[in-house]
Design a protein around this ligand. Structure first.
Ligand SMILES: Nc1ncnc2c1ncn2[C@@H]1O[C@H](COP(=O)(O)OP(=O)(O)OP(=O)(O)O)[C@@H](O)[C@H]1O
Ligand SMILES: [Mg+2]
Length: 414
C-alpha cells in the first residue's frame, strides 16, 4: 500500500506539465537533423567524397576538419556521414561511415578494433595483431564490396599519445598497400593543426590543402542555431526570442564570447531546467542568468573587478541591476539609470555626482568588462546609450553590491 500523501506527491511530480517537449534533443549526444550555418562545410565534404559515387575505389581521400571547442566539428562530420551514406545507398552503393573517438580509444589497437566493430567485420576480438586485424578488415570490405569513411575525432589526442609509428600506421600504411580498389577514406578531426607535424610532411601538406576550418559562431549564427534547437526541445510559448538572443549575445564570438554552440545549448537547457524547478511555465532572462552563472565562473572575476570600483561606480552599477531586475529586459537606457541612481543616492544620504561624471563612470564600468554599453538602434526617438549586464543572476549580484557599498560607506566613502 502506498500512502495517499506519497502517492499524491509522486503523481503531481510525474504528471506536472513540462516545458520540455524533448529534453534529450539538447543533450550532447543528440545529433540534430540539420546544422544551420554549416551548409558550406557540408558541401565541401560532399565535394571531397563524391568520387565514392562517381568513381568508387578510384582513390583514397583524406580530409582535415579543424576548429575550436563547440564549433560543430563532430556534428558536421557525423551528419555528413549519416546523410552521405543514405544518399549513396539510394544510388546502390554500400558506403559505411565510422566515427572513432580517439579520446576514448588512445592506442592503435583500440582504434583499429573499434573500426572493425563498427563495420561489423567478423574479426576475432583476441589473438590478432593490429596488422592482421587491419588486413582482415580490408578483406571483409572487399568481399562485401563496401567502402568506408573513417572519421578520427580528437585526432590530436591520438597523435600525442599513440606515437609516431601509430600515427603512420593509421594515416599512411594504407597508401603503401597496392590494391586496385581503394576502399578506405579518412576524415581527421582536430582542434588545431599543431599536432599535424607528427604526420609525415607529404601527408601534412596534403591535409593542409584539404582542410575545412570551422570558425567560432557569431551571435547571429548562434541565435539561428538556438532558435532551431529550442523549437525541437520546448513547447511553443515557453520561451521567446529575447531569451535566445540573450544567450546568443553572451556566447557570440563577435561579442567577446567563445562562439561555442555546445555552451550556448547547455545554457538553454539549464535555463529550462531552472524555470521548471521554479514552477515557471516560461523561461525568462533571470533563469538564463542563473544558468550562465552555473555554467561559468564569470561572476567570480566580476566581483574581483568591482572590488576596486569607487563608491559611486558601485551605486551606478547597483542602479542598473535594479532596473534590469524590475523590467526583466536585457538593456536599460542611460537616462533611466541616472534617475534610479539619484533615488539610490537619496536613500543613502549621499550627494549624486553630475551628469558628465556619471557618464564617465559608465564608461569605466564598460572598460572593466562589468557592463555592456551600446547605442540604441534607429527605432527609438533620438539615439541613446543602452547598458546591460550579460551574466547573472542579478539577485545575487545586487546583494553582493549592497554589502560592498555598506563596507565602503562604513570606511568613510561618500
Ligand atoms: N550549426 C549548428 N546547428 C545546430 N547545432 C549545432 C551546430 N553546431 C554545433 N551544434 C551543436 O553544438 C554542440 C557542439 O557541437 P560539436 O560537438 O560538433 O562541437 P565540436 O567542434 O566537436 O567541439 P569539441 O572540440 O569540444 O569536440 C552539439 O550538441 C551540436 O549538435
Ligand atoms: Mg567534437
Amino acid at each position: 500500500m502506498v500512502s495517499e500523501d506519497v502517492w499524491k506527491i509522486i503523481e503531481e511530480e510525474v504528471e506536472k506539465p513540462s516545458i520540455f517537449k524533448s529534453k534529450e534533443s539538447l543533450t550532447p549526444e543528440y545529433l540534430p537533423d540539420t546544422l544551420p550555418h554549416r551548409e558550406k562545410e557540408l558541401k565541401e565534404l560532399a565535394s571531397y567524397f563524391k568520387h565514392l559515387v562517381t568513381s568508387p575505389g578510384s582513390f583514397s581521400q583524406r580530409v582535415l576538419i579543424v576548429g575550436g571547442v563547440g564549433t560543430g566539428k563532430t556534428a558536421t562530420a557525423r551528419i555528413f556521414g549519416r546523410d552521405f551514406t543514405r544518399y549513396a545507398s539510394s544510388k546502390g552503393y554500400k558506403i559505411r561511415y565510422v566515427h572513432v573517438n580517439c579520446h576514448s580509444n588512445r592506442t592503435l589497437y583500440n582504434v583499429v578494433s573499434d573500426i572493425a566493430r563498427q563495420l561489423d567485420a567478423p574479426i576475432p576480438s583476441r589473438g590478432l595483431s593490429v596488422r592482421e586485424m587491419f588486413d582482415a578488415l580490408l578483406n571483409y570490405l572487399d568481399e562485401t564490396d563496401q567502402y568506408a569513411i573513417i572519421a578520427l575525432d580528437e585526432f590530436h589526442y591520438f597523435a600525442s599519445l599513440a606515437g609516431r609509428d601509430a600515427v603512420y600506421f593509421i594515416a599512411r600504411s594504407y597508401d603503401a598497400i597496392d590494391v586496385p580498389v581503394k576502399r578506405l577514406n579518412y576524415i581527421f578531426i582536430s582542434q588545431d593543426t599543431a599536432k599535424l607535424s607528427l604526420l609525415d610532411p607529404s601527408l601534412e601538406n596534403y591535409l593542409l590543402r584539404h582542410m575545412i576550418k570551422l570558425e567560432p559562431y557569431s551571435s547571429t549564427q548562434l541565435f539561428d542555431i538556438l532558435r532551431y534547437r529550442a523549437s525541437k526541445a520546448f513547447y511553443e510559448g515557453t520561451y521567446d526570442d529575447s531569451v535566445l538572443k540573450f544567450i546568443a549575445e553572451y556566447e557570440g564570438y563577435d561579442k567577446g564570447g567563445g562562439g561555442n554552440a555546445r555552451h550556448a545549448i547547455e545554457i538553454l537547457m539549464l535555463s529550462g531546467v531552472i524555470a521548471e524547478n521554479e514552477g515557471s511555465r516560461r523561461i525568462n532572462l533571470d533563469h538564463v542568468r542563473k544558468a550562465i552563472m552555473k555554467t561559468s565562473r564569470e561572476i567570480v572575476s566580476i566581483s574581483e573587478a568591482i572590488n576596486y570600483s569607487s563608491l559611486h561606480e558601485l551605486l551606478i552599477l547597483l542602479s542598473i541591476v535594479r532596473i534590469l531586475r524590475r523590467t526583466g529586459k536585457p538593456y536599460v537606457k542611460i537616462g533611466d539609470v541616472e534617475k534610479e541612481y539619484e533615488i539610490v543616492c537619496e536613500s543613502l544620504n549621499t550627494q549624486p555626482r553630475k551628469h558628465t561624471q556619471v557618464y564617465e563612470y559608465i564608461i569605466n564600468l564598460k572598460k572593466a568588462g562589468v557592463i555592456e554599453a551600446r547605442l540604441s538602434g534607429k527605432g527609438m526617438r533620438g539615439r541613446t546609450t543602452l547598458v546591460g549586464i550579460n551574466y547573472g543572476p542579478l539577485d545575487l549580484l545586487e546583494q553582493y553590491l549592497i554589502d560592498l557599498v555598506k563596507k565602503k560607506m562604513a570606511l568613510g566613502a561618500q
